[in-house]
Design a protein around this ligand. Structure first.
Ligand code: GSH
Length: 224
């Protein structure tokens, strides 16, 4: 655990004051998509890694708006809720569509990804031993919906012809599902192509190859 935390801490970059600070446990968890998005945008950030024993003392919890992490600081702005982070970055860095209609569709797809993420998290933390097989068997039903969207929108992105925060969110959820079930995308060529294109974007590739990424477990209970 300490090794992971040190590797993650090293992920504070060369810039004197990185604009963003992530406060979270030593996991990819609900910051996986955020970190991939920040990397691809060429943004630097600082990690404050919270030890679970320290968290259990309750002092930090009391300061969190919903009593939970992660927390994202952008200068004086302090945010909670991981999907809020993605939307904030999307707004600031041009990854929230070209107009209100595109923004609404991006919200819709990100909410769809969130539904899948919530089911995944429930299975990982509450039903891994008893429910993993059924979860994997049910995956095609969920994945086929995203496959259809990418097939229809020929640009390679979920909405319009450019990257949005929902693309990072979908990408990260798919990466985690490929760890859970390495063949889960075999019947979905559009999703497979999407993951391959996203993975080979130079800044994403560099981040996925980094110790900072590799040293963090996907989930806090070690299941994946
Ligand atoms: N909806 C929140 C969920 C946050 C959440 O579930 N946080 C968990 C860790 S991933 C937590 O803080 N657990 C410790 C606790 O509740 O005391 C988000 O997306 O950020």
């Amino acid at each position: 655990m300490l090794g992971n935390m040190q590797a993650a801490l090293k992920h504070s970059f060369s810039q004197a004051v990185p604009p963003y600070t992530i406060t979270y446990f030593a996991v990819r968890g609900r910051c996986g998509a955020l970190r991939i998005m920040l990397s691809d945008l060429g943004q630097e950030w600082k990690e404050v890694v919270v030890n679970f024993d320290e968290w259990m003392k309750g002092d930090l919890k009391k300061t969190c708006v919903f009593g939970q992490l992660p927390k994202l600081q952008d200068g004086d702005l302090v945010l909670y809720q991981s999907n809020t982070f993605l939307r904030h970055l999307g707004r600031k860095h041009g990854a929230y569509g070209k107009n209100d209609n595109e923004a609404a569709l991006i919200d819709m797809f990100n909410d769809g990804v969130e539904d899948l993420r919530t089911k995944y998290v429930k299975m990982i933390y509450q039903e891994y031993d008893t429910g993993k097989e059924a979860y994997i068997n049910g995956l095609p039903d969920h994945l086929s919906k995203f496959e259809a969207v990418l097939e229809k929108n020929k640009s390679g992105f979920l909405v319009g012809d450019s990257m949005s925060f929902a693309d990072y969110s979908l990408f990260e959820v798919l990466l985690n599902h490929q760890v859970l079930s390495p063949t889960c995308l075999d019947a979905f060529p559009a999703l497979k192509g999407f993951v391959s294109r996203m993975s080979s974007r130079p800044k994403i590739k560099a981040y996925l190859d980094s110790d900072a990424y590799k040293s963090l477990p996907i989930n806090g209970n070690g299941k994946q």
